[in-house]
Design a protein around this ligand. Structure first.
Ligand SMILES: NC(=O)c1ccc[n+]([C@@H]2O[C@H](COP(=O)([O-])OP(=O)(O)OC[C@H]3O[C@@H](n4cnc5c(N)ncnc54)[C@H](OP(=O)(O)O)[C@@H]3O)[C@@H](O)[C@H]2O)c1
Length: 435
């Protein structure tokens, strides 16, 4: 870097959990970042909701602050968007592109719902949008997919991409606590939002699954094409039953490519065998397990959230984009040349563990087996545990694990089991993945 190198002008929009840490890194590591980028990264302004709350920004000269995110976005070479949500983040990013600025963002909700609009706008303006922090926080995963694995064919991704749900499921497993109790504790510890819907109902994981699948399969996957089920319906009985069969329950984002036929992307809880690398991902940690034709299996693991870990990925993108601005080239943009169809999740092939409360009487097994056979679904294992004979009826629990079968056939089995005379209730249904 020559001493006369003009600085790259950087605007940060949003100064919350991540924004604050990004500003800190920019200030504390200014000299190193200048050498790595090839020019000083000069902070030209910070957009906040209310600049009057100066008490919050002791480390920052109030002259940097503005409440006009879109106006500030027009005055920089690189805009770092960390407001989150759709608006005003979307308008500010589009304004940045119009003004010739590149953008770094961590906003998975915006990319999941408006990604194509933003990628097209960046391409038309001849600028870049980088978003490593949008999936897996600090974990490098999008650039490895887009760049390191550009010579390979990715066939499947299994990801634990939401720390809140992983924390809740982990505590339920290790401490035998119910969902509601663990969630309350997670909220007290700051691991879950006051409104936990986006996490526990799988919306956050679905946005990330859409981004991962789009990058891995060179195909646009809109977030509403991702089949989604959260974890709020899971009970301690589901967790205990998983343990009994050598599994742990994880909320997985699963993206699969079926040759040239299409891709299937889904988010749901699943039993993962204890020996699978994803089973050992504990607490709020994230991991993304990638299967590629030549590379085989790879796992990317680390802190999927938190201001400081996430700031690492954001500033990494910032340095990369700054280098491109200095050298005049562009990094790999959106790659959608394959344009594969996004297939309905019903076409996914999976296995189920089904827990049935049945009458403890002869012929039950035959009746249940007939239901599976009628939909050409074969059974791998059946375990029976005796009930307590409460209410004068002798009941037992049957835990059936199927072989692989199409989701639609498995769904019909579950529906028919509810109507089977000897079945008192279908107590739990959960997919089995990672085998
Ligand atoms: N936190 C993480 O661990 C993490 C990890 C990966 C990715 N991300 C992503 O990073 C982004 C930021 O997340 P975060 O956790 O830092 O969120 P956050 O703590 O809520 O910060 C967002 C900040 O933007 C401010 N803001 C709201 N409207 C604004 C406006 N019109 N102009 C300027 N500022 C405005 C908010 O102010 P008020 O609080 O006053 O509304 C808040 O200070 C999100 O897209 C998120 O999905 C976060």
């Amino acid at each position: 870097m020559s001493s006369s190198q003009a600085p790259i002008r950087v605007a940060v929009l949003g100064c919350g959990t991540v924004g604050r840490q990004v500003i800190r890194l920019l200030q504390e590591s200014a000299s190193d970042l200048a050498w790595r980028a090839g020019a000083p990264l000069e902070l030209v302004g910070v957009a906040v909701k209310d600049p009057a709350e100066t008490g919050l920004w002791q480390e920052l000269d109030p002259a940097y602050l503005t409440d006009d995110a879109t106006g500030l976005a027009r005055q920089a070479d690189i805009v770092v968007e960390l407001i989150g949500g759709i608006e005003p983040a979307r308008s500010a990013i589009l304004a940045a592109f119009e003004a010739g600025a590149s953008v770094v963002t961590a906003n998975k909700a915006l990319l999941g719902s408006h990604g194509p609009e933003l990628y097209d706008a960046a391409r038309s303006a001849g600028v870049e949008i980088y978003f490593e922090a949008a999936v897996g926080g600090a974990i490098p995963i999008l650039r490895p997919i887009r760049e390191s694995l550009a010579g390979d064919t990715i066939t499947r991704i299994l990801g634990i991409v939401n720390g809140t749900t992983n924390y809740v499921l982990d505590r339920m497993t290790t401490e035998g606590l119910g969902f509601a109790e663990v969630l309350r504790q997670a909220q007290e510890l700051g691991y879950a939002e006051a409104d936990p819907t986006a996490d526990v109902e799988g919306f956050d994981a679905a946005s990330k699954a859409a981004i991962l699948a789009s990058s891995a399969f060179h195909t646009r996957v809109p977030v509403d094409a991702v089949s989604r089920q959260g974890i709020s319906h899971l009970t301690l009985d589901d967790i205990v039953a998983a343990r009994a069969t050598g599994h742990v329950v994880k909320l997985l984002a699963i993206a699969e490519r079926r040759g040239s036929e299409g891709v299937i992307v889904r988010v749901h809880p699943a039993l993962v065998p204890r020996k699978h690398p994803l089973a050992s991902v504990r607490g709020v940690f994230n991991a993304i397990y990638v299967e590629a034709e030549a590379a085989g299996e790879l796992m990317f693991y680390g802190r999927g959230a938190g201001g400081r870990p996430t700031s690492s990925a954001v500033v990494g993108d910032l340095v990369t984009v700054a280098r491109h601005r200095l050298t005049g080239g562009l990094g790999p943009g959106e790659s959608v040349y394959l344009g594969l169809p996004v297939l309905p999740a019903g076409q996914a092939v999976t296995r189920l563990q089904i827990r049935l409360l049945v009458r403890d009487q002869p012929g039950v097994l035959a009746g249940v087996s007939k239901v599976f056979a009628s939909h050409a679904v074969s059974i791998e294992t059946v375990r029976q545990t005796a009930g307590d004979g409460a209410n004068g009826v002798d009941l037992a629990t049957l835990t059936v694990v199927t072989h692989k079968a199409p989701e639609t056939a498995l769904g019909r089995v579950v529906a028919d089991l509810s109507d089977e005379a000897t079945v008192v209730a279908v107590a739990g249904v959960i997919r089995v993945e990672g085998e």
